[in-house]
Write a protein that binds this ligand. Structure first.
Ligand SMILES: Cc1cc2nc3c(=O)[nH]c(=O)nc-3n(C[C@H](O)[C@H](O)[C@H](O)COP(=O)(O)OP(=O)(O)OC[C@H]3O[C@@H](n4cnc5c(N)ncnc54)[C@H](O)[C@@H]3O)c2cc1C
Length: 629
């Protein structure tokens, strides 16, 4: 859709979409349970996420405010019971992170990131009012591994206590979130005007956000909330260690010294101000709806194994493996290919090929059609003089015809017909490798595992290839049916009244980063509207039954905590400031949207990247058309 809008070609381009899984959605998936959509991946978005919100509205989907006693629909205008959203672990994400907030539904109020309203330290972690089906309120607590350092159930006393504890530092950080968001918002006007970028660095430079990706969230907060040593600034240490850390761990399962400052700001946005939204019936409808509306031909269960560019014509061919059947079919030719998934874990190889008699010349010159830079050389523009990525040679192995993949050394290959530019393991095939890179720095005692991609063996790996190898953080989403949370687990005599959500601070050594209650409607809980209590947890490792027994009371006599579903994700990049980004343009006609994810990961960021991909493809198609004239 976006591509058709962007191109002024005589004919609308034909688009094929290949989806490796049986259903589209990627990291936006739900588990259907008792008529409810329990979000396993991205569960919400911030009211200021213009692309996502507008797309949902244009598809006629019903939006529910994630912070509301009664949700409102921005598409149908109807209201509906939003008990179903109660107690989702706050924020499971980036810009959507916000669930760390009250459940007070309110439509928009969009100040466009001005950060208006609110006033005291209560902005730091806003009260989570979780009106359950039975009318229960709900509380949000922060746990430092020893004690609950903050309880927020909405009483004036707790609000005042949070205000004192996090002080003006919370307000100051909120102001920084709003300022960063004001800069980010310019992307919408620029993209509407047809501006595209060849590298994430150039995009972020133009938006004035690049510097925030170059240092850690912790250093950034310390510099701005601690070191100014102004008389009016207090609460910074507690805010950094507790509130900001808990939101970051919940959203990205990483500590503030691992997150880059931009990811930290994005993550905290919905906790700072504004409301949070989700799509009634499951956020995946957004993906399905957009796909259907695009008119693209969709091939599900089709994993693209190889994207291969012909060195002579510059056209692309895709080798696609059908899941289950183990058969591979070749699709093409295509003028352009968009890689709309993290390369890591995709199982995708990118190759260039030429007929035997052309191969030497084409490859030696790195040559593409018409003397343009070849696939071997990924040209990254300096983006208006801001960031120079340079010409990057990703080639590190050549494959002779009839030889096995991955065999190397070009000098001895007699006739070079194909060469592999880059490849990535599929997630399942390299879990073992991922485990090796388990990260003890999460400090949870559980480690974390990652997903990696690599350039072919040995040499030739440079900055871009390394950036493409960025590992992804494993996060497991688990839904558990159980009784109440046990206060004793948290060394507390009681938890805030009503349904509870607990986030953990940087210092907590526990195997989960967030747990939040939700009471389903329906018969299970029985009397007087008491529905079943279901908890959502994020963790790096599967949760042992013993832990669940310590954490939850039984749902009833003989009804111990029961795992309903558990889903392991390669969830978001492992941030590593100063961030290095691969280019959006990996080769002529090959666009990589997820290059932007290293800045911050969220549905809205994916949408911004997708708009950029469409603009880059449109420019490529137009250039090809002009060449033909
Ligand atoms: C637990 C969790 C919670 C999150 N919470 C939020 C949230 O609340 N709000 C928010 O905004 N964001 C959230 N996010 C982040 C958000 O889900 C992602 O940023 C976003 O979905 C990324 O979209 P994408 O299209 O770039 O990639 P993906 O969603 O990963 O989609 C890539 C698609 O490509 C397919 N694919 C991969 N390789 C191949 C291949 N070789 N051939 C064919 N198909 C292939 C995959 O099957 C997948 O469908 C969360 C993520 C996780 C994991």
């Amino acid at each position: 859709m976006r591509l058709s809008e962007q191109t002024q070609l005589e004919q609308s381009p034909e688009i094929d979409v290949f989806e490796a899984e049986a259903v589209e959605g990627g990291r936006v998936q739900e588990f259907a349970y008792k008529g409810e959509a329990l979000e396993l991946g991205a569960s919400m978005f911030w009211q200021h996420n213009r692309y996502v919100k507008t797309a949902a509205e244009s598809l006629g989907l019903t939006l529910k405010a994630h912070r509301g006693g009664s949700s409102s629909s921005s598409s149908s205008g109807s209201s509906h019971d939003r008990a179903g959203t109660v107690g989702e672990p706050l924020s499971e994400s980036a810009s959507a992170a916000g669930s760390v907030g009250e459940d007070e539904g309110r439509e928009g109020g969009g100040d466009g990131g001005q950060g208006g309203g609110g006033s005291t330290g209560e902005a730091a972690i806003r009260r989570r009012q979780s009106p359950g089906a039975g009318g229960e309120g709900g509380g949000l607590s922060l746990w430092d591994g020893q004690r609950l350092v903050l309880n927020m159930s909405g009483s004036w006393w707790e609000v005042a206590r949070a205000a004192v504890r996090y002080g003006s530092a919370a307000l100051s950080y909120r102001w920084r979130v709003a300022a960063a968001f004001r800069r980010f918002q310019r992307v919408y006007d620029l993209q509407a005007a047809g501006v595209s970028w060849h590298t994430p660095g150039a995009m972020l430079q133009q938006l004035g956000l690049f510097n925030e990706t170059q240092w850690s969230s912790r250093d950034y907060m310390q510099a701005h909330l601690l070191r100014p040593a102004a008389w009016w600034l207090w609460g910074g240490r507690a805010f950094i260690e507790e509130a900001a850390a808990a939101v970051g761990r919940c959203n990205y399962n990483q500590r503030t010294d691992q997150l880059n400052a931009l990811a930290g700001l994005v993550s905290y946005g919905p906790a700072a101000y504004g409301s949070v939204w989700a799509i009634q019936g499951g956020n995946r409808q957004l993906v399905s709806g957009l796909l259907a509306a695009s008119g693209a031909r969709v091939l599900r269960r089709g994993r693209v194994r190889v994207a291969r560019r012909h060195a002579g014509t510059g056209l692309w061919w895709l080798e696609v493996e059908s899941e289950g059947e183990g058969q591979t079919a070749v699709y093409g030719p295509y003028q352009a290919v968009v890689l709309a998934a993290p390369l890591v874990g995709s199982g995708l190889a990118i190759e260039e090929w030429a007929e035997a008699d052309e191969a030497a010349a084409a490859f030696d010159s790195g040559g593409g059609a018409g003397g343009a830079a070849g696939a071997a050389a990924v040209e990254s523009s300096s983006g208006g003089g801001h960031e120079h990525v340079g010409d990057v040679n990703l080639v590190s192995a050549a494959v002779g015809e009839g030889e096995g993949e991955g065999e190397g050394a070009s000098a001895h290959v007699r006739v070079m017909t194909r060469r592999r530019l880059l490849f990535s393991d599929s997630a399942s095939s390299h879990d073992a490798a991922a485990e090796q890179s388990a990260d003890s720095s999460t400090g949870s005692g559980t480690g974390s595992s990652t997903s990696t991609s690599r350039a072919p063996s040995g040499d030739g790996v440079d900055g871009t290839a390394a950036a493409l190898q960025r590992p992804y953080q494993v996060t497991i989403t688990t839904f558990v049916a159980a009784g109440r949370l046990r206060a004793a687990f948290f060394n507390a005599s009681a938890l805030p009244p009503g349904l509870s959500a607990v986030l953990v601070t940087d210092s907590a050594q526990v195997p989960f980063t967030a747990v939040a209650a939700r009471r389903l409607e329906g018969p299970d809980g029985g009397e007087e509207g008491e529905g079943e209590l279901v908890y959502k947890l994020f963790s790096s490792e599967p949760l042992a039954p013993e832990l669940l027994g310590q954490l939850f009371e039984e749902a009833g006599p003989g009804r111990p905590p029961r795992v309903l579903v558990s889903k392991r994700w390669y969830a978001y990049p492992r941030f590593a400031p100063p961030e290095r980004f691969p280019p959006f343009l990996l080769a002529p006609g090959l666009v990589y949207g997820n290059a932007l994810e290293g800045a911050a990961s969220a549905m809205e960021m994916a949408a911004v990247a997708a708009a950029n991909s469409a603009l880059l493809v449109a420019a490529h198609l137009q250039a090809l058309e002009q060449q033909q004239q």
